[in-house]
Design a protein around this ligand. Structure first.
Ligand SMILES: [Zn+2]
Length: 280
């Protein structure tokens, strides 16, 4: 396998690996889209249960009030019957007070029972609305889950295809080189093999020593950037290339400190454009 062939394979591999990274990211992210909807459903269910508990408690109080009302009614009716059999003024006053007190209690209990009945009606309405929301949310969540399942299945299918493609590309390639390359691609979010132009690494934008750049240019061996570990290949630059290689003093490591910021920015812009061209 020639160096050019290896470069070609690495570039294909880089695309496949970048696609795999994106697919793995999506497979990890997609199920999280359900979290908000699941939380909303849980909250609605919790609120419904709270309303139901409140309704039971109100119902209990209502029953107690009805018992008390019944007792007060019985007391009053009994006293009213006794009225026919009294003989003294004192007896009359006692019974009359008893009837009066019982009547007052009755009207108080009736008022409270009415309030409880009203409360129960409100709770029933609340619960009915909540039930509708729960059913609706339940249906939406089921649909969302089905969508997520479908998306995941699709991504997983693509991932398997990418893995098969990766296997095909990496056949007969040096394992150590592959191991190193895949690690760089993962670390750099997709960039493992980049061009060197004007003696500058397209990934980290550092100026490489002339001897080093020449070795990349010769294409006789696989060389990694000493700064960012990206594998480097030579790409013809439209201008300034010859000047760079002809000038023995340019781009040596000791020059790095002397480089002023403006120059660095210009290099960046040029390189970014070239990188975009390359991406396409
Ligand atoms: Zn670099």
């Amino acid at each position: 396998m020639t160096t050019a062939e290896i470069f070609e394979k690495l570039r294909s591999l880089q695309d496949v690996l970048a696609r795999k990274i994106e697919l793995e990211r999506e497979i990890n992210y997609i199920p999280k889209m359900l979290v908000t909807q699941e939380e909303l459903l849980q909250r609605l269910k919790k609120e419904y249960i709270e309303k139901d508990i409140e309704r039971s408690a109100t119902k209990t109080v209502e029953m107690e009030l009805k018992n008390l009302l019944f007792e007060a009614e019985s007391t009053r009716e009994k006293a009213e019957k006794h009225m026919d059999a009294i003989s003294t003024q004192r007896e009359y006053e006692n019974l009359d007070k008893e009837i009066h007190d019982a009547s007052e209690k009755e009207s108080q209990y009736r008022k409270e029972i009415k309030q409880k009945e009203q409360k129960i009606r409100e709770l029933d309405n609340d619960m009915e609305r909540k039930k509708e929301l729960i059913d609706q949310q339940d249906a939406e969540l089921s649909q969302a889950k089905a969508d997520v399942e479908a998306k995941l299945a699709e991504r997983k299918k693509f991932l398997i295809e990418s893995e098969a493609e990766e296997k095909e590309i990496t056949k007969n390639m040096d394992e150590e080189l592959l191991f190193k390359f895949e690690r760089i691609v993962k670390k750099k979010g997709g960039n493992g093999i980049v061009s060197i132009k004007g003696g500058v690494c397209s990934s980290c934008h550092m100026i490489l020593p002339v001897q080093f750049a020449n070795s990349v240019r010769s294409g006789k061996e696989i060389v990694s950037c000493p700064y960012c570990s990206s594998i480097l290949f030579y790409e013809e630059s439209s201008e300034g290339e010859e000047a760079y290689f002809d000038d023995d003093t340019a781009g040596s490591l000791s020059d790095l400190e002397d480089l002023d910021e403006e120059d660095v920015e210009e290099e960046y812009e040029e390189d970014d454009e070239k990188m975009m061209d390359y991406d396409e």
